[in-house]
Design a protein around this ligand. Structure first.
Ligand code: FPP
Length: 248
């Protein structure tokens, strides 16, 4: 399958480059996108949600195996209540549709983060979405919701400390692999490429453990404006990098 896109440098055939196995995206810039148009921030989130679906399907089409999107962080609860309520409504409507929408692409949906803070309706919807897609064999889509990487790491540390207290393991048994197996991303490869649209040079508590050797691409585009061609461009940039994982 050949997919063509325009990069900054040239037009290229994406089937000619190695597509990253795991891509992470910080879907940033919805608020600024809305402000530029004189619209409420919720309109930016709506446009961002629409783009999330487009880019997710495109990732699946080009052979990405894992896609992790940052939808709501543990810190986002600090936002004004009306923005939080609009986001929760949006999550409900998109998730309802997502299950059917992603069916043709065989996408497996998982949520990473602490579900317990969401209301019952949303929690049940998240569980239904996970269970309803678990049998599929396509791209794994991790939606990070009420996700914070520090929180994730503390939870893993607590679980292992409890196991040590219960004499199930000794502290010396703890390895990097055992630690990784206690994160939400258990069993998944680390992200190869993390993309942050909106021009901000920050990781914002996203996949801190998992990004040890990820390549970062920052793009000066707000998330609702981020296109398939921008994704191609990020993949092309990734393909040019020399990854040495600490070696030479
Ligand atoms: C960050 O932009 C974006 C968010 C906090 C929300 C992201 C949510 C979506 C794109 C909807 C996705 C829907 C599903 C079901 C996954 P910002 O508000 O911080 O933008 P700003 O930095 O310009 O203010």
């Amino acid at each position: 399958m050949a997919f063509f896109g325009k990069s900054k440098d040239s037009e290229f055939d994406i089937s000619s480059v190695t597509v990253p196995t795991h891509i992470g995206i910080i879907m940033d810039g919805n608020g600024r996108w809305a402000k530029k148009r004189g619209l409420p921030r919720s309109a930016g989130h709506k446009a961002g949600g629409k783009n999330f679906r487009t880019i997710t399907r495109y990732c699946s089409d080009i052979g990405v195996k894992y896609l992790t999107v940052y939808a709501f962080s543990t810190e986002n609860w600090k936002r004004p209540q009306d923005e939080i309520s609009a986001l929760m409504l949006l999550f409900k409507s998109y998730l309802e549709e997502a299950l059917n929408d992603f069916q043709d692409d065989s996408i497996v949906v998982k949520f990473i983060g602490d579900k317990s803070r969401f209301d019952k309706e949303l929690r049940e919807l998240m569980i239904r979405t996970e269970e309803g897609s678990a049998h599929r064999d396509g791209m794994v889509l991790n939606i990070a919701m009420n996700y914070g990487s520090r929180d994730e790491i503390v939870r893993a540390a607590r679980t292992l400390a409890q196991k040590a207290l219960d004499n199930k393991i000794s502290p010396d048994d703890i390895t990097e692999q055992m630690f990784a197996d206690n994160l939400y991303t258990k069993g998944q490869p680390d992200p190869d490429l993390i993309i942050r649209p909106s021009g901000e040079y920050r990781i914002s508590n996203f996949l801190l453990w998992q990004c040890a050797y990820s390549e970062f691409v920052i793009m000066d585009k707000l998330w609702p404006d981020f296109t398939k061609e921008d994704l191609n461009s990020a993949i092309l940039e990734f393909a040019k990098r020399s990854r040495r994982f600490g070696g030479v």
